[in-house]
Write a protein that binds this ligand. Sequence first.
Ligand code: FE2
Ligand code: FE2
Length: 312
Amino acid sequence: MPALTQMELLHELEPVVATELDRHLSVTRGWMPHEYVPWSQGRDFDGLMEGEAWAPEQSRIDTVGQTALVVNLLTEDNLPSYHREIHSALGSDGAWGQWIGQWTAEEARHSIAIRDYLVVTRAVDPEALERERMVHMTAGFNSAYELDVFHSVAYVSFQELATRISHRNTGKHTADPVCEQLLARVALDENLHMIFYRNLLIATLNRCPDQTMSAITDVVRSFEMPGAGIEGFGRRALSIAMAGIYDLRIHHDEILVPVLRACDIWNFEGLGPEGEKAREELAELMADIDKRATIFDEKRAAINARRAARAE
Ligand SMILES: [Fe+2]
Ligand SMILES: [Fe+2]
């Protein structure tokens, strides 16, 4: 099969997008962000309202939980940049445009609800949050894949699942039932987004096996969360990993493996030499990530054991 151009592929995928959009709309349930926020806990802040300024002891969430919440929210905040990237990479003809509109509106609900929760419950410093939002959104987000359709579809398939897991585990970590309920609701949306893009990835793989296989391998090799540009991301990601909210083991077992399995990547037939080469490299990458995940798990266990011994 001759390689398709980006435009040809987008045109070919349009009916798939239409079908997936219908499926998405039939299973998604709209929800009201305001219902997930405990407004009765709110009170005025300093400044115009002359209320009480935020202070660290007001937060009921531990430091790691706060870090994860802020990283998750800043990531959601950068939606205008993602919208621009996806719109530029995938276009807006017919069902594509409808999907992108629907997806954007759903994503915006996430940042609205999470910010309302954080500010009302005084879970994090609202001034620091606002300053960070300005910096992060001003920097924006540029996909590493130069608007290539194959890479973009592969990236969002993994990324939506990664946000699902990261919201879900952040909610559990906070041990605040209200926060957990909200983030579980957000995670449900992320799961549906993942299914949409993953099904599109499968369709892409069936139409253009070699190009899609190479793109999947590239994305697994260089995967970075969209929030990687947040200041101090390395340090924050490490504390999130140390708390088991999102670490390499989770990344391997709960994000990469399920998406690859759904694509039936290891049994997929119809690859040419280029695709076969990419699949072999993917197998090596996966083995390497698995190995590094085990090393991290062991290091973390040793550090935690030392900390526990010191605490006694
Ligand atoms: Fe989201
Ligand atoms: Fe999403």
